[in-house]
Design a binder for this molecule. Structure first.
Ligand code: PRT
Ligand code: MG
Length: 217
C-alpha cells in the first residue's frame, strides 16, 4: 500500500484561503466541501486527501496523527497549547486581531482598576486569562462557544475577548474595541512523528507552501 497524506482543514475562510496554496503544491480538491456533505475529500493526487473538521478541532486531529498536517488560526493553536505539533510556517491567511471589546460608552478604564473584578465572556479562556493576569486585572472568565458579541448586551459580561476583522460585527452590536491582545493569522501545523516517517511526502508540500507565502508577501 502506498503512503497517504491527510490534510485537516476547516470549511469557510481557511479553506477558501488555503486553495491557492494547495494549488502551488499541485493539490486540487475533487469536491467543494461547502457543496458536499462528505467529510473526507479526495484530491487530484491519489496519495493526498483532505479531512474537513471544525476549526478548533484541527490541532487535535494533527496532534494524534489522524491528519499529518493541517491549517489552524494562531488563536486556536494558542488555546490548544500546540502539544505534538510542529509549526513551520505562518501562512499569513485568515488574518484578524484578538481584542477586548465592551458596550459603547462603558467605562472600561474604571472597571479594570485594581480592586475591581471584570466579567469577561470568551471562547478563548486561556488567552483572556493570560492577558488580564499580565495586566494585574482581576477577571471572572465566562466560557462561550460562539456569538460572544451578545454577552455584554444582555448583562452576561462586562467585556468580551474576541476576534475582530472588519469591525462590522462590533459596530452592528454597538460594541467598541478597547484593547488589542494579538495579531492573528493561520499557521501550518504538522504532526511531529509524521514529519519523520512521511518526510518524503511532506517535505515538498511544506516547501510549496513556503514558496507560495514568500511570493505573496
Ligand atoms: O464558525 P465555526 O463556529 O464553525 O468555527 P470558527 O468560528 O472557529 O471557524 P471560522 O472558519 O469562522 O474561523 C476560523 C479561523 O479564522 C479562526 O480561528 C481565526 O483564526 C480566523 N479568523 C479570521 C476569524 C476571523 N477572521 C473573524 N472575523 N475567525 C472569526 N471571526 C469572527 C469573529 O469571531 C467575530 O464574530 O468574525 C466576527 C468579526 O468579524 P468582523 O469582520 O465583523 O470584524
Ligand atoms: Mg466562525
Amino acid at each position: 500500500m502506498s503512503e497517504q497524506l491527510t490534510i485537516a482543514l476547516s470549511k469557510g475562510r481557511i479553506f477558501d484561503e488555503t486553495l491557492p496554496l494547495l494549488a502551488v503544491a499541485g493539490i486540487v480538491p475533487a469536491e467543494d466541501p461547502e457543496q458536499s456533505r462528505k467529510l473526507i475529500i479526495a484530491t487530484n493526487r491519489e496519495q493526498v486527501r483532505l479531512v474537513i473538521v471544525r476549526a478548533t478541532d484541527v490541532p487535535t486531529y494533527v496532534q494524534y496523527g489522524a491528519a499529518d498536517l493541517g491549517i489552524a488560526g494562531k488563536d486556536v493553536l494558542t488555546e490548544h497549547g500546540g502539544e505534538g505539533l510542529y509549526q513551520p510556517l505562518d501562512l499569513h491567511i485568515a488574518r484578524c486581531r484578538m481584542m477586548v471589546a465592551v458596550r459603547q460608552g462603558f467605562d472600561y478604564q474604571a472597571a479594570s482598576q485594581p480592586g475591581r473584578r471584570l466579567r469577561v465572556a470568551t471562547k478563548y479562556p486561556d488567552i483572556a486569562a493570560a492577558h488580564f493576569a499580565a495586566k494585574g486585572v482581576h477577571v471572572d472568565i465566562i466560557k462561550l462557544y460562539g456569538s460572544m458579541e451578545l454577552a455584554p448586551l444582555v448583562g452576561l459580561s462586562d467585556a468580551i475577548v474576541d476576534l475582530v476583522s472588519t469591525g462590522g460585527t462590533l459596530k452592528a452590536n454597538r460594541l467598541e474595541a478597547v484593547e488589542h491582545i494579538a495579531d492573528i493569522s493561520s499557521r501550518l501545523v504538522v504532526n511531529k512523528a509524521a514529519l519523520k516517517t512521511k518526510y518524503a511526502l511532506l517535505e515538498p508540500v511544506i516547501q510549496a507552501f513556503a514558496r507560495a507565502v514568500a511570493s505573496d508577501t
